[in-house]
Design a protein around this ligand. Structure first.
Ligand SMILES: *[C@@H]1O[C@H](CO)[C@@H](O)[C@H](O)[C@H]1NC(C)=O
Length: 175
């Protein structure tokens, strides 16, 4: 009896590990690579020239959706994490190039893993205007992102249990 429980437990552990280690790649392909800030056209070529022939299973890409252009510090990497809309239009390329990359990589067994930023829009201090990678208008003061469209109704600001209503202390789980 004890012995059988031991075996069941062992099988359970193996099952759990198996599930955790499913890499969501084609069989035998267990490595992915992060091509941070690469252009879609270059990634498509990289899939064909290097990644597929060398057995890579996937590529993680930078966020593909429209972001704020941070001009004052020459477009730092973190502007990719300042969404303005979900149009596939960034300095990595447009929607046509994105589709072409996904098709060409998938056709030879390399999957595309998208870094998706869906829990916030751009920072409040970037103001208002059309300085976005696809030229979409936004206004952070009025929380207006008509290209999605999002408005003030879609945000949860001012709801923290703190003096300002914003997160003041990241060690406070209630904030
Ligand atoms: C996407 O970008 C490519 C390369 O710059 C360009 O040739 C093409 O016209 C663009 N397509 C759209 C729909 O903007």
């Amino acid at each position: 009896m004890e012995h059988r429980m031991g075996i069941s437990f062992l099988l359970l552990i193996i099952g759990v590990c198996w599930a955790q280690h499913n890499p969501n790649t084609l069989p035998g392909r267990t490595s992915i690579v992060h091509l941070f800030e690469w252009r879609w056209a270059d990634i498509a070529l990289e899939c064909e020239r290097y990644l597929a022939p060398n057995g890579f299973g996937g590529v993680q890409i930078s966020p593909p959706n429209e972001n704020v252009v941070i001009a004052h510090s020459s477009q730092p990497w973190w502007e990719r994490y300042q969404p303005v809309s979900y149009k596939l239009c960034t300095r990595s390329g447009n929607e046509t190039e994105f589709r072409d990359m996904v098709t060409r990589c998938n056709n030879i067994g390399v999957y595309i893993y998208v870094d998706a930023v869906i829990n916030h829009m751009c920072g409040a201090n970037v103001g208002a205007g059309n300085h976005a990678t696809c030229g979409s208008y936004f206004n952070t003061k009025t929380k207006d992102f008509p290209a999605v469209p999002y408005s003030d109704w879609d945000f949860n600001d001012g709801k923290c249990k703190s003096g300002s209503g914003d997160i003041e202390n990241y060690h406070d789980i209630f904030q």
